[in-house]
Design a protein around this ligand. Structure first.
Ligand code: PGA
Length: 249
């Protein structure tokens, strides 16, 4: 059985106090279930969130990390630093990192290797832009993104990988892929994995959908066979909305 996961990506939102408030609201509303719940606050709120969530099943992820072990990389944060405060999961390849910070597939492959070397789990994001979908190239774009960053990994490493399909045109735009569009792409991704590895591996990897998931559309999206959960941006900043999305399973 694949794991069902709902992860909240706070992006560059919430200062220390806002974060404490949101975490405490999530704690009150959270009910233990089969769905794994993850929040990804900014770096400045990671440790406080981890401490506040001790004893709860809500997990904490980082939104990014550098590929190097340490050194002269002003402003960056390493895998070892994250691990030292108890962060076990990192989001890599988010479209905002790709678009605004020029993160390429090659760079992401390096980050993936470093995270795995530190036994971190990775939520790996990818997805096509509007022009790709309009020209009917969404499958080849997605295939190339996952191939370049992930297909050098041995089978065993895939137990640490969660995939997050996030069509760029649906992120923060209010426009969501239809449940059928999400299902078609997730099924394609699983088939691509099965072709590159084996069917059992493809069947075991959780594939999340991200892009304007809200409490009003989560249930229908999550009901699709190959959709194993969501990566939530805007709606993750509100405890009630986020919890309603978690409960949509
Ligand atoms: P959104 O963001 O839910 O605000 O569209 C999703 C994401 O960027 O992960």
């Amino acid at each position: 059985m694949r794991k069902q996961i709902v992860a909240g990506n706070w992006k560059m939102n919430n200062d220390y106090v806002d974060s404490e408030i949101l975490v405490s609201k999530l704690l009150v509303q959270h009910k233990h279930s089969n769905t794994e719940v993850i929040i990804a606050p900014p770096f400045t709120n990671l440790l406080a969130s981890i401490n506040a969530l001790k004893g709860s099943s809500i997990k904490v992820a980082a939104q990014n990390m550098h590929f190097a072990e340490s050194g002269a990389y002003t402003g960056e944060v390493s895998a070892a630093m994250l691990k030292s405060i108890g962060v076990e999961t990192v989001i890599l390849g988010h479209s905002e990192r790709r678009a605004y910070f020029n993160e390429s597939d090659d760079l992401l492959a390096k980050k993936v290797d470093t995270a795995l070397a530190h036994e971190m789990r990775i939520i790996f994001c990818f997805g096509e832009e509007l022009k790709d979908r309009k020209s009917g190239n969404e499958n080849s774009v997605v295939e190339s993104q996952i191939k370049k960053a992930l297909f050098h990994l041995p089978e065993a490493d895939w137990s640490q990988i969660v995939l997050a399909y996030e069509p760029v045109w649906a992120i923060g735009t209010g426009e969501t892929a239809t449940p059928d569009q999400a299902q078609d792409m997730h099924a394609f991704i699983r088939k691509t994995l099965a072709n590159a590895y084996v069917q059992s591996l493809a069947d075991s990897v959780s594939i999340l959908y991200g892009g304007s998931v809200k409490s009003s559309n989560a249930k229908e999206i999550f009901s699709k066979t190959d959709v194993d959960g969501g990566l939530i941006g805007g709606a993750a900043l509100d405890a009630e909305h986020f919890t309603a999305i978690v409960n949509a399973f």
